[in-house]
Write a protein of this length. Structure first.
Length: 94
């Protein structure tokens, strides 16, 4: 099972909208549950870097036994999923 949480701030410039919806700052973008273990992928633009909140959350996830990786494009996401040994219905090649 996998899913992604929409962390967009649809409240415009209203501070705290995401927090009011229960979103925790720094949570990775993609969640995968495979064989009872959590795997998470943070998606970044080519020039993007992890924020302090992201680094803090990622460190806590790793200490807790969650597999975490960062990807910059779909190819990297697929390579990460394959490296983790998570099967895919189709071997999509990009």
């Amino acid at each position: 099972m996998w899913f992604s949480v929409d962390a967009s701030d649809y409240g415009g410039d209203v501070p705290g909208t995401r927090m009011a919806r229960g979103m925790v700052a720094g949570i990775p973008d993609v969640f995968i549950i495979w064989l009872g273990q959590a795997h998470m992928i943070e998606l970044k633009a080519d020039d993007g870097i992890a924020s302090p909140a992201q680094r803090s959350i990622i460190a806590g996830l790793i200490v807790g036994g969650t597999k975490v990786a960062t990807a910059r494009d779909a190819r990297e996401v697929l390579a990460i999923v394959d490296a983790w040994g998570i099967p895919r219905a189709r071997k999509l090649h990009l």
